[in-house]
Design a protein. Structure first.
Lengths: 117, 457
């Protein structure tokens, strides 16, 4: 089967915010079929590797199959905590879009499962 | 109690302290609403309000709310819209007095104001310690003793029950201290539909509703990945929820407003600041987000149903803030070529000069961020070798504010005594500001007694 290289942004959406000294990134697959694919591909280890210079305390993944979604917790990703840090993105507001820059290899047939408004 | 009503509309008019004043104004003008919620408080706002109160005993609450009341109360009165706001911050008496004053200024009488107190435990920390409430830091496990003398604010996230009580006593406006964000929306539903707090699935559904709307337009197309599909950001609709007695609800917005409501935009907000989705903890219940079902139900309408819940835990969350030294941040714009190299020279130069002036900053307390050199997506996208311009953000932390303030006097001289191509000093001198530490903890529910008082003006 033919595969294609795409950005995660093409097959998923995301939203992020602060959680104590870390942040969370919610990811929504653009179809149930893509959720099933990401269930295998978008592991906590892979996300931790993607954020290796940002999430210094590791990554945990939670699953919400009912919403085709995942929730990633990025530990120690705010340079020391939302109220204390001097970094620009003190609340992890852009971590969602940062994750969507990930490049993935996907079966072309899965791309046709995305409905466009 | 009105249980004959089949559906009630709850809208969130303020997602945070400092949110657009247009929210409440437009919500009362642009379409039907039964309850407006105002969510002003966060960890940081509690400490800001406590500091304001230390300076001025009549402050320490959301003054925006008073401004808002004058703007919308006449219409709320005509339309029978009730208001629920955690506007009292750390000073309920002052907020109540200002509310009465505002209503009298616009000539409204016969308004019933409910006030919910009992969340503020700042004055009880010693006695609570004696009762065995250790208030250890939930994140770090550290004992409170290490920071106890520096605590600025200490508030318990209280639930919806006291707000329900105020509504039962006929309140048109309910003002609370640190009521938890979703509880502001749980209360009107529990009251209108006569739900028991042991009806866990319904309380959980209302908690999910509250979580979805608590950041206002973040569920109606704001901060949304597919932003090109979102129409008219300037007139983005604030969320309005049509809630039903069976616990199901529809997330929508008023006709003619901008924004976008679809399953993805609502789900995006559902995931915001989420921890373990199977155990979303609130003072009212434990909601299981892995049971939520969502469907599109017409244009800009999303139906949410089938939410399952469990009993609340036997503790409340406590949010404390404490003084944790000072920080200072100065900025300069540095142009290329060699902008990054020059920024490091400037940083070294400023810290060396501070040392000459007796303000030596240890390496670990120094901060340098070169915005434009790939700060936000570090390690994710490729960094530019030679950015044409960068914003240098130079900072320091420490216990001594005077020492940090030496930095502010050594920034401007860089322009005449450092490398070329440096500009952007228009903002003027920066000053050291207090670092507020956050201390989350748990407390036994039996230790907290909230009070409800309703009075007519």
């Amino acid at each position: 089967m033919a595969t294609k290289q795409v950005k995660l942004m093409d097959i998923a959406l995301a939203r992020s915010g602060d959680k104590g000294n870390g942040s969370n990134v919610g990811v929504i697959a653009r179809s149930p079929e893509i959720y099933a694919y990401l269930d295998k591909e978008l592991t906590a280890a892979r996300v931790a590797d993607h954020f290796s210079e940002i999430a210094l305390g590791g990554v945990t993944r939670y699953d919400l199959p009912n919403l085709n979604a995942f929730n990633f917790i990025l530990e120690e990703s705010l340079g020391g905590g939302g109220t204390e840090t001097l970094i620009t993105d003190a609340q992890g507001k852009v971590h969602g879009l940062a994750l969507l820059h990930m490049v993935v290899q996907i079966d072309e047939s899965l791309l046709s499962t995305i409905k466009h408004d | 109690m009105n249980t004959a009503k089949k559906m009630i509309r709850v809208a969130n008019a303020q997602g945070f302290w400092g949110d657009s004043l247009l929210g409440p104004k437009r919500l009362v003008e642009e379409g039907p609403v039964d309850y407006l919620t105002f969510d002003y408080l966060s960890e940081i706002t509690m400490s800001i309000m406590q500091k304001q109160r230390m300076r001025d005993p009549d402050s320490g609450y959301a003054r925006d709310f008073i401004k808002m009341l004058k703007m919308i109360m006449p219409q709320c009165r005509n339309k029978g819209i009730k208001l629920i706001a955690n506007a009292a911050g750390v000073n309920a008496p002052a907020c109540l007095a200002a509310t009465k004053q505002a209503l009298s200024e616009i000539g409204l009488s016969g308004v019933r104001i409910g006030i919910v107190e009992g969340d503020d435990i700042l004055d009880r920390l010693d006695s609570l310690a004696n009762e065995g409430e250790e208030l250890v830091n939930m994140d770090t496990g550290a004992a409170l003793a290490s920071v106890k003398d520096d605590v600025i604010s200490a508030n318990v996230y209280i639930g919806a029950a006291s707000i329900v009580e105020a509504l039962q006593q006929g309140a048109d406006i309910v003002i609370t201290g640190r009521a938890s964000d979703p509880s502001l929306a749980v209360a009107p539903l529990a009251y209108e539909f006569g739900w028991s707090f042991e009806d866990y699935d319904k309380i959980a559904a209302a908690t999910v509703l509250g979580h979805i709307i608590e950041c206002g337009p973040q569920c109606t197309g704001g901060n949304y990945t597919d932003w090109r599909n979102v129409k008219d950001f300037a007139h983005i609709g604030f969320p309005v929820v049509e809630a039903y007695e069976d616990g199901s609800f529809l997330v929508t917005k008023h006709d003619g407003t901008g924004g976008l409501i679809n399953v993805e935009s609502v789900t995006s907000q559902l995931l915001y600041e989420l921890g373990d989705p199977a155990r979303y903890l609130s003072p009212d219940c434990v909601a299981d987000f892995t049971t939520i079902q969502m469907e599109q139900d017409g244009a800009n309408r999303v139906k949410v149903h089938s939410v399952k819940g469990l009993p609340a835990t036997d503790s409340f969350k406590v949010s404390m803030s404490y003084a944790n030294g000072y920080k200072i941040l100065a900025t300069l714009c540095i142009s290329g070529p060699d902008a990054i190299e020059k920024a490091h020279i400037v940083s070294d130069m400023v810290f060396a000069r501070m040392k000459m002036l007796g303000a030596d900053i240890p390496e670990d307390d120094r901060f340098l961020e070169l915005f434009g050199s790939n700060v936000l997506y570090k390690g994710i996208v490729e960094s530019p070798d030679q950015p044409h311009e960068i914003l240098m953000r130079l900072g320091a932390k420490g216990k001594d504010a005077n020492k940090l303030n030496v930095m502010s006097s050594e920034i401007a001289p860089v322009l005449t005594s450092g490398p070329p191509g440096i500009t952007g000093f228009a903002a003027g001198r920066s000053r050291a500001s207090e670092v507020v530490g956050y201390w989350p903890a748990l407390i036994g529910k039996d230790k907290i007694k909230t009070t409800v008082k309703v009075e007519e003006v």
